[in-house]
Write a protein that binds this ligand. Structure first.
Ligand SMILES: NC(=O)c1ccc[n+]([C@@H]2O[C@H](COP(=O)([O-])OP(=O)(O)OC[C@H]3O[C@@H](n4cnc5c(N)ncnc54)[C@H](O)[C@@H]3O)[C@@H](O)[C@H]2O)c1
Length: 453
C-alpha cells in the first residue's frame, strides 16, 4: 500500500539505523517505505522491548501503523546488537546529542555509535551522521571510524542532517523541503541515492552540511524571539500582535511561519542548536550576537508568563496555579526543554502550588501534581495558564472552567482561548499577544511634543 503511493529510492540498499528515537524511528520507517531494507539498532533495553512488543516508545502521527506494516513485510526490524551493521552499505547514526551545561552538545553517544558501526562493518560502508552536530564533528567521527574499522574495510563519514518537525515527523520526512548531504563525492552519491531522484537534494561538503542545520534552527529561534519582542511592544502600545505579526509575515521575504508569540520556544532542538551555534562561534572568537539575543529573549518570554500570573493573583506564595499543557508543542509527547517546565519551576520557587494537565506529554517530575482532566487540574485554582496549544484547550468550556476555579484569571500564552466567550463567562483573559485596547504609553507621544509645541 505505501509503495504504490510513494516515490521510491534512486537505489534500494541494505541499511542500518542506529538509535530508535524521533529521528531514528522516523528515518528508518521512511527509508524502508522508500524501498530499502532497514535494521534498527537500539541500545536502551526498555525502548527495545517496547519495539519488540510491536509498540513505539514515542508518539508520532502515522508512525506506528507504518512501522507495523513494514515489519510485517520484512522490510524493517529491531535489534539491540550493533553487529546488525554487518552487510549494510550505509549506517545512519541517529543518536542523541543532548546539551551540556556549557552549551556544547554531548557527543558521547555519537562517538560510541560510530566506533561500534566501524568495528562491525564487513565491507565498504558510509556512516551517515543524521544527528545534529557542530561543524567539524564529522571530521572527528571519520578519525574514530578510521581507528575502529577492520583492515581492508573503508568507512566514509557523510553528513545528512535531519529537518523533520516533531508532531509531523513522518510527513516531513516523506515530503522534505530539501535533503542536505555533505561528504566526499562517492559517499555523498550513495547517500543521495537513498532518496528519490525527484527530491530537492543539496550536496555540499561535510562542514557546510552540519552548519546548514545549526543555521536553520537558529534562524527559527530568532524568528520566535522576534515575534515575542514585537508582541511585548504591542502590549505596551495597545496594538494587536496577532494582526501586526500577520501583516508582517504576509511579506514573502519574512514569511508567517514561526512568527507567533508564545511562552518561548522549547523542545529538544531549537534551544540546544542555538546554544551549539553560539558555542561554535565563541570557539572561533566570534560573538554570535543575534543568536545570543534570541536566547536571552526566550528566557524572558518564559519569565513573562510567570509575571502575568503574579500580576493576576497578587502574591504567588500559597497561590494555586493550574498549568494546561506540558508538551513543548501540541501533537507531541515530548517535554524536553518545554517552557511549561521552566514556568512550573519558577512558580514552585515562589511558593505556588501547581497542578497540571496534558493529553499526551511524557513523564515529568513526579512532584508535579498531574490530572488527565483539565477541569480537575483547575479545581480550586486561583489562575490557569494555557501553555500548549492543544485543540482540547481551545475547546475548553469557560463556564465549567470558571466554576471549577477559585479565582478568575486565565493566562493564555499560546493564543488558543476564545477571549470573548471566556470574558462572557466572567473570566479574565490575559493574553500575550494583545494590548489593552486604548492603552497608550505616554512616552510614545515624545516625538510629537516638539511638533505640536
Ligand atoms: N527530535 C527532533 O525533532 C529532531 C529533529 C531533527 C534533528 N534531531 C537531532 O537528531 C538526533 C536524535 O534526536 P532524537 O530526538 O531522535 O533523540 P532521542 O533521544 O529521541 O533518540 C536517540 C536514541 O538513540 C539511542 N542510542 C543512543 N546511543 C546508542 C547506541 N550507541 N546504539 C544504539 N542506540 C543508541 C537512544 O537510546 C535513543 O533511543 C539529535 O542530534 C537531535 O538533535 C532531532
Amino acid at each position: 500500500m505505501y509503495e504504490s503511493e510513494l516515490p521510491q529510492a534512486a537505489r534500494a540498499s541494505e541499511l542500518c539505523v542506529i538509535g530508535a528515537g524521533y529521528v531514528g524511528l522516523t528515518s528508518a520507517a521512511g527509508l524502508a517505505a522508500l524501498g530499502h531494507r532497514v535494521r534498527v539498532v537500539e541500545a536502551d533495553p526498555e525502548r527495545l522491548a517496547t519495539l519488540e512488543r510491536g509498540e513505539l516508545p514515542i508518539f508520532e502521527p502515522g508512525l506506528s501503523e507504518l512501522v507495523s506494516d513494514l515489519r510485517a513485510a520484512g522490510r524493517l526490524s529491531f535489534t539491540g546488537a550493533i553487529s546488525a551493521v554487518a552487510g549494510a552499505s550505509v549506517a545512519l547514526l541517529c543518536v542523541g546529542t543532548p546539551p551540556r551545561t556549557d552549551g556544547d552538545p554531548d557527543l558521547r553517544q555519537l562517538a560510541e555509535a560510530a566506533a561500534g558501526v566501524a568495528r562491525n562493518a564487513t565491507g565498504d560502508l558510509v556512516a551517515v551522521v543524521k544527528s545534529t552536530v557542530p561543524p567539524g564533528t564529522c571530521d572527528a567521527i571519520q578519525l574514530i571510524c578510521d581507528a575502529h574499522a577492520p583492515d581492508a574495510v573503508r568507512v566514509t563519514v557523510a553528513s545528512n542532517p535531519e529537518f523533520l518537525r516533531e508532531s509531523r515527523a513522518l510527513e516531513d520526512f516523506m515530503n522534505p523541503d530539501r535533503v542536505v548531504v555533505g561528504g566526499p563525492a562517492p559517499a555523498a552519491r550513495r547517500v543521495r541515492d537513498l532518496y528519490p531522484r525527484e527530491w530537492r537534494i543539496l550536496v555540499t561538503d561535510r562542514r557546510s552540511a552540519e552548519l546548514i542545520k545549526y543555521a536553520s534552527n537558529t534562524f527559527l529561534a530568532i524568528k520566535i524571539s522576534y515575534a515575542n519582542e514585537i508582541a511585548a511592544l504591542c502590549e505596551h502600545l495597545g496594538a494587536d500582535a496577532g494582526a501586526v505579526l500577520e501583516g508582517t509575515g504576509l511579506d514573502p521575504r519574512v514569511g508567517s511561519q514561526f512568527l507567533r508569540p508564545g511562552p518561548g520556544f522549547g523542545g529538544s532542538c531549537l534551544g540546544k542548536d542555538l546554544s551549539g551555534l553560539i558555542a561554535v562561534a565563541d570557539a572561533v572568537g566570534l560573538e554570535a550576537r543575534v543568536a545570543r539575543a534570541a536566547r536571552e529573549v526566550n528566557g524572558w518570554a518564559r519569565a513573562r508568563v510567570v509575571e502575568k500570573l503574579e500580576r493576576a493573583v497578587g502574591d504567588l506564595d500559597g497561590a494555586r496555579i493550574a498549568i494546561l499543557g506540558l508538551a513543548f508543542k501540541p501533537g507531541t509527547d515530548d517535554v524536553r526543554d518545554s517552557p511549561a517546565l521552566d514556568v512550573i519551576a519558577a512558580l514552585a520557587q515562589r511558593g505556588a502550588r501547581v497542578t497540571a494537565s496534558d493529553p499526551l506529554a511524557g513523564a515529568v517530575d513526579p512532584a508535579i501534581e498531574r490530572f488527565d482532566d483539565p477541569y480537575e487540574a483547575a479545581s480550586g485554582a486561583d489562575a490557569v495558564a494555557v501553555l500548549t496549544a492543544w485543540p482540547q484547550f481551545a475547546a475548553l468550556d469557560p463556564i465549567a472552567l470558571g466554576s471549577a476555579m477559585r479565582g478568575d484569571a486565565v493566562v493564555d500564552a499560546v493564543g488558543v482561548v476564545d477571549a470573548g466567550r471566556f470574558q462572557a463567562a466572567g473570566l479574565e483573559v490575559l493574553g500575550i499577544d494583545r494590548g489593552t485596547p486604548g492603552a497608550f504609553h505616554p512616552v510614545i507621544l515624545r516625538p510629537l511634543e516638539w511638533t505640536l509645541a
